[in-house]
Design a binder for this molecule. Structure first.
Ligand code: GLC
Length: 550
């Protein structure tokens, strides 16, 4: 099942390249750790905190964009893809970050954002300064409007952030943006666009990165005729692949070329993954598992985020279906399955799963579920502390979704509140700035959720993650790369989900409401790790997960 993919990868050990069963920790730098007291997290601050990440027991870090940006979309609007935003540091600070990560045994992934640039990018400025119809506009998607005077957008496409996907310029032409107007989409049929991203990939490989998370990987190519997409756009993600701006065939030759580039580009600085062990991760909002698997065929990317898992409600039947479909689709192409519960774009699991004590219990159970599943996992900063979503005041919201939805959708800022490191009051060691001067204000009441408070407390979420990751990494049960041996033990329709990964480790999650007798279900009660305080005399309480050895 995996032999095809494995035989084509170079430089791997017996278990495949490092990323086949890795756990990657997502750092959103502005909210992670501030070293210079301006209230904004930065690269030196992140470097200082890398030992914490290493001690958590993960294998890699992924940095969300730290490039120069006017911050119309938290840095996903990039003005210069090969530099560092001045408020986050310098290129030398990035090099120091990568070197420190490598010295600690951590791989480094960075974000590649190829679908669009910032409107402050030199190409877009040049395009706006040039007259309608000029070549300088061809790197983007400029078009005349419809209607008698061109006053209607060129088609009916909608922005993923709300509103039309077109903005009119002063001279009457329109340009396309699948996100905010400050994020004009590039035209990937233009050879200079292709060439520039090859330059960008090589630049960061030379700076020691071990891989790239490819932003909006499903949208780079648009249908050349730009036809109308019809009603209901972005309303049913399961239909994404049918949109004329998503999931087009032209993407795959491009990703094959990037695969080759990563495999062939000379070795970076000492400590960086050698050619053949570098990783491309697709952020592809494609929900048909078989379509998603096409991004991770052996000669394309290595992994694709599993949004179906992240978005799945806390229901055994739904989660069971996602697990089965994900494993089947990915193993069919020899790719590891990825599992993810949170990111800088998603409502924190504690809140998403119901909030309060129940949400917290479920998030802990979900963590043990995720970390038992075969393949790779992504952990977003603060997930390991069990942080809830924060309700920010209207005037502190930065997400373009807030503005573009006319104030009806609050957007994603509530999961981007700075990490609490220590102490009893905001800013909890995040910064020396006044709490109100921080990138986002932190709430009162997080004293018990700081890294410092949770470290060493066996009941804490931090220690649960550390125990699970320790077992995964070096102990028994260790990480399992391939999903082929996974065997579901719970019958369809049961109020619990249980599986044997194929190596004798059983993970059981009880969704409740009744306690689940472990001995009857699995002929064992040898608990390796539990997400809840007690297994109640061999009975697993509701909203609790357990790892068992058979
Ligand atoms: C991805 C990012 C998200 C960003 C969008 C546009 O989905 O994760 O934060 O807003 O791309 O770049």
């Amino acid at each position: 099942m995996t032999s095809e993919g494995e035989s084509e990868d170079e430089g791997e050990g017996a278990r495949g390249p490092w990323w086949r069963d890795a756990v990657c920790y997502e750092i959103h730098p502005r909210s992670f750790a501030d070293s210079d007291g301006d209230g904004i997290g930065d690269l030196p601050g992140a470097t200082d905190r890398l030992p914490y990440v290493r001690d958590l027991g993960v294998d890699a870090v992924w940095l969300t964009p730290f490039y120069p940006s006017p911050l119309a979309d938290a840095g996903y609007d990039i003005a210069d893809h090969t530099d560092v935003a001045p408020d986050l540091g310098t290129l030398a600070d990035f090099d120091a970050f990568a070197a420190r990560a490598h010295a600690l045994g951590l791989k480094v992934l960075v974000d590649l954002v190829p679908n669009h640039t910032s409107d402050a990018h030199s190409w877009f400025r040049e395009a706006l300064a040039a007259p309608a119809g000029s070549a300088a506009r061809d790197r983007y998607l400029f078009r005349p409007g419809r209607g008698v005077r061109g006053e209607e957008p060129p088609n009916d496409w909608r922005s993923a952030f709300g509103g039309p996907a077109w903005t009119r310029t002063g001279d009457g032409e329109w340009y396309m943006h699948l996100h905010a107007p400050e994020q004009p989409d590039l035209d990937w049929h233009h050879p200079e666009v292709v060439a520039d991203f090859e330059r960008i990939l090589r630049f960061w490989l030379d700076h020691g990165v071990d891989g790239f998370r490819v932003d909006v990987a499903h949208a780079l190519f648009k249908h050349p005729a730009l036809p109308d997409a019809g009603p209901g756009q972005h309303e049913d993600p399961a239909r994404n692949h049918l949109m004329p701006y998503y999931d087009r065939e032209e993407l795959h030759p491009l990703y094959r070329s990037w695969h080759t580039l990563l495999a062939d580009h000379p070795a970076g600085p000492p400590g960086a993954a050698p050619p053949g062990e570098r990783l491309l991760v697709a952020e592809a909002a494609v929900f048909d598992p078989a379509r998603l698997a096409r991004y991770v065929r052996p000669d394309e990317m290595g992994q694709s985020f599993n949004f179906a898992f992240l978005e799945c409600p806390w229901q055994p039947a739904a989660i069971r279906a996602v697990v089965e479909e994900s494993v089947a689709a990915m193993t069919a192409v020899g790719a590891p399955v990825t599992w993810v519960l949170s990111s800088h774009d998603a409502v924190r699991p504690v809140t998403r799963y119901g909030g309060g004590p129940a949400g917290a219990r479920r998030a802990r159970a979900a963590a043990l579920l995720m970390l038992a599943l075969p393949g790779t996992a992504y952990v977003y900063q603060g997930e390991e502390l069990g942080l809830p979503q924060v309700e920010l005041a209207d005037d502190r919201l930065r997400d373009p979704v807030w503005r573009r939805s006319g104030g009806t959708e609050r957007g994603r800022d509530g999961c981007r509140v700075p990490l609490p490191w220590e102490g009893g009051q905001p800013p909890y060691g995040f910064s020396s700035a006044a709490p109100t001067d921080c990138w986002f204000p932190q709430p009162e009441g997080w004293a018990g959720l700081t890294a410092d408070a949770e470290r060493g407390d066996p009941a804490s979420t931090l220690e649960l993650y550390r125990a699970a990751l320790r077992l995964r990494r070096s102990g028994s049960p260790r990480a399992v790369a391939d999903g082929g041996a996974l065997r579901l033990l719970s019958p369809p329709g049961a109020s619990y989900l249980a599986f044997d990964r194929g190596d004798g480790l059983v993970c059981a999650v009880n969704f409740g409401p009744d306690p689940l007798p472990l001995s009857d279900a699995f002929e064992t009660t040898e608990v390796v790790l539990a997400s809840g305080p007690s297994t109640d005399g061999g009975r697993l309480p509701a909203d609790t997960a357990v790892w068992l050895r058979r």
